[in-house]
Design a protein around this ligand. Structure first.
Ligand code: ACM
Length: 537
């Protein structure tokens, strides 16, 4: 007797064959365009993919993306969302409206199939394979996250222009072959300082669109600093009523309501990007103490006042008052409740007016609060002075000694070396924005370092890299983009691609070919003279 479960499996396989193979073939048979398609020779290995995939094999033909293409995927849940995301992006790029799971109604001749492949999970949770054949594209992915990364690769393979000269049948030829890919580092991030200058939800969403395109998966938001407090805390409303109204240079500041923040987190999640919220303490807290003077340390810390300058290291929370820890508990609790990600960043940098013993006590007490609210503590590696442990993540920015001390105590490391990875450093002496305290960082310097070996710390201690963008010198989205692009694209590759797959000479050719995307998206970028920018593909 056939077991009902076997029967179900049998019918489901049969349905798949009918759905994916027979229906489209039937439809294809009665809807062949009259003229043969003129497919160009292609070379998948020469595609301007960024970051560069692990392995690429070219088969020199083309998949003709056109109006007779459709997307198929399991209809339950996240893969379906990803299929619709792909369809939306194809429409934005080509104008084609590619249906999802609608073969029976459409005229599908070619299929893009997004398929869950559990077997890839053993390799990496972001592992995917892309098989591009003449009549089908098969994206196999371990998880929905992996499928999303694979979709970015596919988006990058679709040409900007159609091949429409001969038969009035516009096709966008996608080079055929096979891509096998997964990231070198799990953590590929960037930090955005929304405290020195505020950036709206809409602006950050536009930035997220581009980060996702280059497979960045972490956006660390520096939410508070001396010049402004940018997130609503319901238990402490003056933080935004007073602390949210100022910024560097005297502008009007701004803040995210909790609804705004949730919206941003949800948008990031849809793009498989984790937001790490940072509330910097005990230093960098002038805006908090201005809002609630009871929090202020006194002693060497400067009296709170509206700060629109760019000085650092003069403020501190009081480290002995219970009120201060009640405040921190409320802040961590409210923000953690809005944050699906595993991390809470406590800052901890440049607390120059906090006595060392007070700093140590403070960080250790705050660590227990973060843990109580179910999050893993991240801090700038200055926190190595305190009793941190293997649950902690330290962010290396300046001192190798602090990074070594952190891993000596069992912490994991995120690499953000200022001399290489600070997006707010000027490109060169002509840069319109940026600082230069860590040096100038032209586009080649930003790319030419190796996260595996840079700090001398073995790779097993390193979660990945993050490129911070401090915002003292940038007040608009266009200025933000000027400092971020194109360097952020190089950091995306440093996080994703293996050292064997990275070469400046070859990278700069692929980078030069990002202009159609950047321009179509309206992204401002620094046209570095080191790159021979391509205007049209
Ligand atoms: C930092 O740049 N103060 C972490």
């Amino acid at each position: 007797m056939i077991h009902p479960k076997q029967l179900r499996t049998y019918f489901s396989a049969l349905a798949k064959i009918v759905f994916i193979v027979l229906i489209p073939l039937g439809i294809a048979a009665c809807s062949q365009p009259k003229k043969p398609l003129h497919l160009p020779k292609t070379n998948l290995k020469e595609a301007a993919l960024l970051p560069k995939p692990l392995k690429t094999v070219a088969t020199f033909s083309a998949f003709a993306l056109d109006q007779f293409t459709s997307i198929h995927t399991p209809t339950d849940g996240q893969l379906d969302d990803i299929a619709h995301f792909l369809s939306e992006k194809i429409e934005l790029k080509t104008g084609l409206r590619i249906p999802v799971n609608a073969a029976a109604e459409g005229l599908a001749q070619r299929i893009i199939y997004i398929n869950q492949a559990d077997s890839l999970k053993a390799l990496d949770k972001e592992a995917y394979q892309l098989y591009i054949n003449k009549d089908s594209i098969i994206l196999n992915a371990a998880t929905s996250e992996a499928a999303f990364r694979g979709v970015q690769t596919l988006r990058q393979l679709i040409p900007e222009q159609s091949n429409d000269t001969l038969n009035q049948h516009a096709i966008w030829p996608v080079p055929t072959g096979k891509i096998v890919d997964h990231p070198n580092f799990a953590h590929r991030g960037t930090m955005l300082d929304v405290a020195r200058h505020f950036f709206s939800v809409k602006e950050v969403k536009k930035y997220i669109d581009a980060l996702a395109y280059y497979k960045i998966n972490v956006l660390h938001l520096h939410l508070t600093d001396d010049q402004g407090w940018r997130i609503e805390i319901k238990a402490w409303p003056k933080l935004t009523e007073i602390g949210g109204q100022t910024e560097v240079g005297g502008g009007k500041g701004g803040f995210y309501s909790q609804e705004d923040y949730k919206d941003l987190v949800a948008y990031a999640s849809k793009h498989y990007i984790t937001i790490i919220p940072e509330v910097d303490m005990p230093g960098h807290t002038n805006a908090a103490s201005l809002s609630y003077p009871i929090l202020h340390a006194g002693g060497k810390a400067e009296k709170p006042r509206i700060r629109t300058d760019m000085k650092v290291g003069y403020s501190s929370l009081h480290t002995e008052k219970d009120t201060v820890y009640r405040f921190i508990d409320d802040v961590v609790r409210e923000i953690s409740a809005l944050s699906p990600g595993p991390y809470f960043h406590i800052g901890g940098d440049e607390s120059h007016v906090t006595k060392k013993k007070d700093y140590i006590n403070f960080v250790e007490r705050v660590a227990t609060i973060v843990e109580k609210h179910g999050k893993r503590m991240v801090g700038w590696a200055d926190i190595a002075a305190a009793g941190i442990d293997s649950t902690t993540v330290a962010q290396f920015w300046r001192s190798t000694e602090n990074a070594e001390k952190s891993i000596g105590k069992g912490a994991k490391l995120i690499l953000s070396p200022a001399k290489k990875a600070y997006l707010d450093m000027k490109y060169d002496t002509l840069s319109k924005h940026g600082l230069d305290w860590a040096g100038l960082i032209p586009v080649d310097t930003a790319y030419l370092w190796n996260p595996e070996t840079y700090s001398g710390i073995p790779k097993e201690h390193i979660l990945g890299i993050e490129a911070p963008l401090w915002s003292e010198t940038i007040a608009t989205l266009s200025e933000l983009e000027y400092l971020a692009f194109p360097r952020i694209i190089g950091y995306a590759e440093l996080g994703w691609s293996t050292p064997e797959n990275r070469s400046w000479e070859e990278y700069k050719e692929r980078l030069a070919r990002q202009t159609p995307y950047l321009e179509r998206m309206g992204i401002n970028y620094y046209p570095s003279p080191l790159i021979q920018w391509v205007q049209k593909e």
